[in-house]
Design a protein. Structure first.
Length: 123
């Protein structure tokens, strides 16, 4: 399932990646009266929130020199957003909390996350 707003370029992009698998495309469009009659609106809102956080960081890079750089940036930002970024919806705690991380110190938070991921990966 791919949930998008009404931007005209999305159907073409989805069509271009169809050979990698079948996707159901769901447009979430706000109506003129301000109402949205769609069960997937909450997913679109999550993506819009994520993108509003990502956009300022991405614009500072002025693009990526390689695909590997783009992938690295995406993975690290997703880790930050999900595991380290304080969210007001969760009483200034990260969306996904991991026992044993020192959330009071950003560097120690990253260090703990990397150590836990490394231990899990190398099991």
């Amino acid at each position: 399932m791919v949930v998008t707003d009404g931007l005209a370029s999305y159907p073409l992009a989805i069509q271009l990646i169809q050979n990698k698998g079948q996707f159901q495309h769901c447009k979430v469009i706000e109506l003129k009266d301000g109402k949205v009659k769609n069960q997937y609106r909450r997913y679109k809102n999550l993506v819009e929130n994520y993108y509003s956080m990502l956009k300022p960081y991405y614009h500072r890079t002025r693009g990526f020199g390689s695909f590997a750089g783009a992938v690295t940036f995406s993975v690290l930002f997703t880790l930050y957003y999900n595991y380290l970024h304080p969210s007001d919806r969760f009483n200034d705690r990260p969306i996904i909390q991991i026992d044993g991380l020192n959330y009071s110190h950003p560097v120690l938070s990253w260090k703990g996350l990397i150590e836990k991921a490394t231990r899990h990966y190398w099991k």
